[in-house]
Write a protein that binds this ligand. Structure first.
Ligand code: ADP
Ligand code: MG
Length: 231
């Protein structure tokens, strides 16, 4: 599904990714851990085609991501951010429908049907006609996940989806993600949540200083966990 070879990325003089190699197969849930500043977000942004890089190749289904149009990449790769980025002036259902109407050129009725369908998957159908400000932080984040799901991407990237949440709201978002991980979607998840990694992860990579230091199954990783500071 994704193959990254020798990826190098700098911001000016700052080398952020120093030769990253990674393969992700279809349906896999890859958890990315590592200290702040190690390049996790940058790696996800490169995969989503949001950053240019200096060296190496990122291939999606054996084709260089540079050879996809922006529009195609947006449909193939969903992104859930730390902050949900919902438009405050749009109802949840319209937030979710927007991409379908704009990018997939759907009619409003059709987009609404899909929006309600994905809202049901994240247990938020009853909030469809509310505005983001009327939802709790956890619900807003689940709406963000629903918005990514609505486009039916092949891959969903999550960048610390629970780290801006009040601790009491983390659980519901994690559970939603665990459910999603059982649905066969390919997921790359940057998180410090060890229990999510254990429950849902097929594989864990540990990054530090722009390099992947470990790449293994969760059981093995957490047996050696004490070697690293995860957060
Ligand atoms: P992580 O997500 O692991 O915390 P990031 O990928 O966000 O790490 O950042 C890695 C390094 O790149 C950090 O030193 C950060 O300050 C730097 N960095 C990230 N984005 C930019 C940018 N747009 N311009 C300059 N430096 C950046
Ligand atoms: Mg980050």
């Amino acid at each position: 599904m994704i193959e990254i070879k020798n990826l190098e990325k700098s911001f000016g003089n700052l080398e952020v990714l120093k030769g990253v190699n990674l393969k992700v197969v279809k349906g896999e849930v890859l958890v990315i851990m590592g200290p702040s500043g190690s390049g996790k977000s940058t790696l996800l942004r490169c995969i989503a085609g949001l950053e240019e890089y200096q060296k190496g190749i990122i291939a999606l289904e054996e084709k260089n991501i540079y050879d996809y149009s922006r529009k195609t990449l947006v449909q193939k790769i969903g992104f859930v951010f730390q902050q949900h980025n919902l438009f405050p002036h749009l109802k949840i259902i319209d937030n979710i429908s927007l991409g379908l109407i704009r990018t997939k050129k759907m009619k409003k009725d059709e987009a609404y049907e899909i929006a309600l369908n994905v809202l049901e998957k994240v247990h938020l159908k009853d909030k469809a006609y509310n505005f983001p400000s009327q939802l709790s932080g956890g619900q807003q984040q689940r709406a963000g996940i629903a918005r990514a799901l609505a486009m039916d991407p092949e891959i969903i990237l999550f960048d610390e989806p629970t780290s801006s949440l009040d601790p009491s709201l983390v659980y519901e978002v994690k559970e939603t993600m665990v459910e999603l991980s059982n649905s066969g979607k390919t997921m790359l998840v940057v998180t410090h949540e060890v229990d999510f990694a254990k429950k849902a992860g097929d594989r864990i990579i540990f990054m530090k200083d722009g390099k992947i230091l470990e790449n293994m199954d969760p059981d093995t990783f957490f047996k050696t966990e004490l070697k690293y500071e995860i957060a």
